[in-house]
Design a protein around this ligand. Structure first.
Ligand code: SF4
Length: 332
């Protein structure tokens, strides 16, 4: 057992914060010692979440035709990709997604729209109305991922019964211009601050395997810590033909597990959710994500790609001796 990893982990378990240098040391761990890192990340996860796993599902409520140029995204109108495009879906489809989420044991259902913002669009009012109606029913709560929001929009989301929004920072501030040039990192941070000050919980994370460095991964984790977000979705690039990042992702399953583990050390009591790219990138190591420190994952299909069968994911959780909550909503 690597004594330095053990010392850092014990400090974290005693509720002390990890330093940037310590986290950097952990990010550079390689070979057999990655197993030591996973062991301790699992202990930290267990300390915060016991054996309970949190699940969420999403629905693509408006797809494609986005003005932005995020280089990994098949929904940008700047790239020629084969995804289907559609305007805002009807309320019935959102209600169906919530029903399905209930069946899949999702703790919440994210309604996701493409585009920079819904400001000034009646799509925003429709989503708020749908969320309000669904909040009165017996299903998982609706969360939203609708791009940049203003103070007024944040207040309306709260009064519509929305508890949490998703808005990813994607990567570090320094690397962000390599990922997107049509809006700034500051824009993204501002939306998080606006949502937080309105009382919304924040789901914000990033995408890995887009050419970022170890330092970029650490900077993102420490930024999310500083912003005190509630849940960190971790996406791993699935290259899409037609996008600038169609050539591949250099991350091996053990690299991914290591990144998850270091995030658990940095953010010991926050939700860490393995999201897009899980199946393609972790392959047979998917069940290891919990041992690496994740306490949450997405279930069902993604926005534009298929996920594993929900029953297989639920079985995987049971086989690991972990539990998803039956009908009872969780804190993250
Ligand atoms: S990630 Fe969002 S903002 Fe960026 S291109 Fe895709 S849909 Fe548009």
């Amino acid at each position: 057992m690597n004594a330095k990893i053990e010392k850092i982990a014990k400090n974290v378990l005693e509720e002390n914060e990890i330093s940037y240098d310590e986290a950097h040391y952990l990010m550079e761990i390689s070979g057999i010692e990655i197993y030591d890192l996973l062991y301790w990340a699992n202990r930290i996860r267990y300390n915060s979440f016991s054996n309970v796993v949190n699940l969420c599902s999403i629905i693509s409520a408006r797809q494609g035709s986005c003005s932005e140029d995020c280089r990994f995204c098949s929904q940008s109108s700047r790239y020629k990709t084969k995804i289907s495009k559609f305007p805002l879906i009807e309320k019935e489809k959102i209600a169906e997604a919530v029903e399905k989420g209930k069946e899949y044991k999702s703790d919440y259902v994210g309604v996701v729209t493409s585009g920079y913002s819904l400001e000034g669009s009646d799509n925003f009012d429709k989503i708020c109305d749908d969320a309000y109606e669904l909040s009165k029913k017996d299903g998982p709560p609706v969360h939203t991922s609708i791009g940049t929001i203003t103070n007024k929009m944040a207040e309306k989301l709260v009064s519509s019964g929305v508890e949490m929004i998703n808005h990813n920072l994607e990567t570090s501030e320094d690397y962000y211009p390599n990922i997107c040039t049509t809006h700034t990192y500051e824009d993204r941070v501002d939306t998080i601050k606006i949502a937080k000050s309105a009382g919304l919980k924040i789901c914000s994370g990033g995408i890995f395997g887009v050419g970022e460095s170890v330092v970029d991964r650490l900077d993102l984790a420490f930024k999310l810590k500083e912003l005190d977000v509630d849940t960190i979705p971790m996406n791993f690039l699935s290259p899409v033909k037609g996008t600038p990042l169609s050539v591949g992702n250099s991350l091996e399953p053990m690299d991914i597990l290591k990144i998850i583990a270091v995030y658990r050390f940095i953010l010991p009591d926050k939700g860490i959710k393995v999201a897009g790219g899980r199946e393609e990138n972790l392959r047979d190591a998917q069940s290891w994500m919990f041992y690496a420190g994740a306490n949450s994952t997405m279930i069902g299909d993604y926005l534009t790609t298929k996920g594993k069968l929900p029953e297989d994911d639920l079985q995987m959780i049971k086989d690991l001796g972990l539990k998803y909550k039956e009908g009872e909503m969780q804190k993250h």
